[in-house]
Design a protein around this ligand. Structure first.
Ligand code: NAG
Ligand code: NAG
Ligand code: NAG
Ligand code: NAG
Length: 159
């Protein structure tokens, strides 16, 4: 009884692990074609790029409002995500090596966000890689909750 419960739990964990791994791979793949610079595919460059995009949107009231109103993943989650990007970006902007390697995404994000906005576009609703990353948030909470419940069930029914 216990062992089958644990087996199910492990199966559940590995399934989610696979789902998470697949989502992570989807982000760089979606970006490859858009890139001329091979270094732009490095994880730290994608991270810089994403942080710059989110920070730019979060810091401008007009962009931020659009994203919060149109998004279906939760205002609090998005607000926190953008605030975290705003906090993180200055250090990346000042990093000369990173900017030389990946190109200055702080400047690109500012320029592109304004261009997008004038075309009625704000970030994630047209960005293929992004919704995947955002959905990982709520799913993680649910999975962790589920796992906690299953572990306490095992604990309670143990002799
Ligand atoms: C960031 O914005 C740029 C410029 O609009 C876009 O090309 C890129 O796909 C975006 N990247 C991410 C990770 O959102
Ligand atoms: C990148 O661009 C931003 C905004 O234009 C600028 O403030 C920053 O100094 C630039 N960073 C580097 C390392 O050139
Ligand atoms: C926010 O973006 C709009 C549209 O691009 C621009 O007109 C405005 O100056 C920006 N506001 C700030 C505080 O940068
Ligand atoms: C601009 O729009 C493109 C798609 O139209 C999107 O991929 C990109 O992330 C947007 N950039 C910013 C900084 O919002």
């Amino acid at each position: 009884m216990h062992s089958s419960l644990l087996a199910n739990l492990l199966l559940l964990l590995s399934v989610f692990h696979l789902v998470a791994a697949a989502s992570e791979e989807a982000v760089p793949a979606a970006n490859i074609e858009a890139r001329q610079n091979p270094a732009a595919r490095l994880p730290e460059c994608l991270d810089y790029e994403w942080t710059a995009n989110m920070s730019t949107i979060g810091a401008n009231g007009s962009y931020r409002t659009v994203l919060l109103q149109k998004s279906n993943v939760g205002t609090i989650y998005n607000a926190r995500m953008m605030d975290a990007a705003i906090k993180k970006l200055p250090k990346l902007t000042a990093d000369r090596e990173l900017n030389a390697k990946c190109s200055n995404w702080t400047a690109i994000a500012l320029r592109e966000a304004a261009a997008n906005y004038s075309n009625g576009i704000v970030a994630q609703f047209t960005t293929e890689g992004l919704p995947v990353g955002i959905k990982a948030g709520p799913i993680v909470v649910i999975v962790v909750g589920l796992i906690s419940i299953m572990f306490s069930v095992v604990w309670v029914f143990s002799p």
